[in-house]
Design a protein around this ligand. Structure first.
Ligand SMILES: Nc1nc2c(c(=O)[nH]1)N[C@H]1C(S)=C(S)[C@@H](COP(=O)(O)O)O[C@H]1N2
Ligand SMILES: [Mo]
Length: 261
């Protein structure tokens, strides 16, 4: 892993402008893969023993495989599952959330803070005005089901760009949800063109059960990383201050931080 560390420190010492460029252009993804700016072939925390070894192997192998085929498979409209399931939390029992829901999310705001040049909040309309992406992908839940859906949303890279771009120290993005779920992803998945803040499912407004008004789509990872009911986004250089420090509610409870599929 020595070589990776060298690449990481080189990537981290580059001036903010290059990281910003990385976020603005699609060829940037190729750049990420080629230079190893992706930072991570290993999870942020490594568990002991064989489980830890498996974590490292899973993540490094998936990332290595992806270097050749960076996009998750996209399907045809005919493949869309007739009824996309709702799973886990389906309607948060939270006063503020219920108020936003009753107002059609007109007053809902998503704060984007931390290591961005211009921290700001986004309304649902702000997000919809950013360049959108629609993709038909397979959702794979670690609890034994999968479904194909058509997601529409703003690429996370576009959202961060609208907040002035990320600073050179940025390594992870942490997402919190109304139901106190939280998850994080690293810069590889952050700048990935299929990583969306999704507000649409199968051509309609994202239903409550699937995480309205906005949920994360991170297509190379399992169901539990695709956090619903987004409440805040923070760009950070360390995951130590969140929950039990593993970078997500699911990993705090023993799932892999990197839920690669
Ligand atoms: N905030 C929040 N996000 C969440 C969950 C949840 O309970 N709360 N469940 C996760 C799991 S395990 C899965 S499989 C998917 C389910 O998404 P769906 O309800 O759109 O099928 O959401 C993920 N994101
Ligand atoms: Mo899941």
């Amino acid at each position: 892993m020595r070589k990776t560390e060298d690449r990481v420190s080189r990537a981290l010492s580059s001036p903010p402008i290059s990281r910003r460029r990385l976020l603005t252009s699609l060829p940037a993804l190729g750049g990420v893969l080629a230079t190893g700016c992706a930072d991570t072939l290993v999870p942020p925390t490594i568990r002991g023993g064989l489980v830890g070894a498996a974590d490292v192997l899973t993540m490094s192998t998936t990332r290595w495989l992806m270097s050749d085929q960076p996009l998750a498979r996209e399907y045809a409209p005919a493949d869309i599952s007739p009824n996309f399931p709702t799973w886990g939390q389906t309607n948060p029992d939270d006063e503020e959330y219920q108020r936003h829901l009753s107002e059609g999310f007109a007053n809902w705001r998503l704060p984007v803070t931390g290591l961005v040049q211009r921290p700001r909040s986004f309304s649902l309309d702000d997000l919809k005005q950013l360049p959108a992406r629609t993709q038909i992908t397979a959702h794979v839940c670690e609890q034994g089901w999968s479904a194909i859906g058509e997601w529409t949303g703003a690429p996370l890279a576009q959202v961060l760009e609208a907040a002035g771009g990320v600073r050179a120290e940025a390594r992870y993005v942490v997402f919190t949800a109304v139901d106190r779920w939280y998850e994080s992803i690293d810069m590889f998945d952050v700048v990935h063109p299929q990583t969306l803040l999704a507000y649409g499912l199968n051509g309609t407004t994202l239903p409550v059960g699937n995480g309205a008004p906005v949920r994360l789509r991170v297509e190379r990872q399992c169901g539990y990383k695709n956090i619903k009911f987004l409440k805040s986004i923070e760009v950070v250089d360390s995951l130590a201050g969140f929950g039990r420090g593993t970078g997500g509610l699911s990993s705090d409870y023993g799932f892999h931080w990197y839920g690669g599929v």
